[in-house]
Design a protein. Structure first.
Length: 155
C-alpha cells in the first residue's frame, strides 16, 4: 500500500495561524499542558517554542492530539537549558512532510502546500551579552540552515 500524501495546510484561501513563544521552560510538571492550552485558546496551527529545556530530540503527541517536535543537545544527561520546538495542531501535523532537529538552537519543518511547500524554522538566538564566539557560531549555523531551504519553498 502506498503512503497517503500529506494534506495541504496552506492554500490561497486558508487562514493559517503561526505563533512563537519563549516559554522559559517546559521542564516543569503541567507546563506542556499549559502551553498547549494557550495554543488552543489562540487557535494556532503552528507554535514555535524557545527554551523548552527538554533533553534529546524527538516527536511526542499530547493527549489532545497536538504533535511536539523538539531539538536539544544530544546528551540526555545534560543540564536542562536552551532547546527549541514546534508544536503542531492536528491539521498542521497532517501536512508535515519532514522535520529536522538541527541543534539546541534550531529546528526546521517543511509542510505541504497547495502551490509551494512551506518551511518553518524555529531558532533561539543568544543574547547580546553572550560571548562573541557563541554569537558567531549561532549566525554561521543560521546561514547554514537558510542555505538548505529550497528556492521553491516559502519561509
Amino acid at each position: 500500500m502506498t503512503p497517503k500524501p500529506p494534506m495541504k495546510l496552506f492554500s490561497p484561501k486558508a487562514c493559517v495561524k503561526i505563533g512563537q513563544w519563549n516559554v522559559r521552560t517546559m521542564y516543569e510538571t503541567g507546563k506542556c499542558a499549559q502551553v498547549v492550552s494557550e495554543m488552543q485558546r489562540f487557535n494556532l496551527d503552528i507554535l514555535g517554542v524557545s527554551e523548552m529545556r527538554w533533553n534529546g530530540c524527538g516527536m511526542k503527541t499530547t493527549a489532545s492530539a497536538e504533535t511536539i517536535l523538539y531539538s536539544r543537545k544530544t546528551d540526555r544527561d545534560d543540564y536542562h537549558e536552551q532547546g527549541v520546538g514546534i508544536i503542531l495542531s492536528r491539521g498542521a501535523n497532517n501536512s508535515l512532510m519532514e522535520w529536522e532537529p538541527v541543534s539546541a538552537r534550531f529546528i526546521t519543518a517543511r509542510f505541504s502546500s497547495k502551490w509551494r511547500n512551506v518551511s518553518v524554522n524555529q531558532c533561539y538566538a543568544p543574547t547580546n551579552s553572550s560571548e562573541e564566539e557563541i554569537k558567531e557560531e549561532f549566525y554561521e549555523e543560521l546561514q547554514a540552515v537558510m542555505d538548505k531551504v529550497s528556492n521553491t519553498s516559502l519561509l
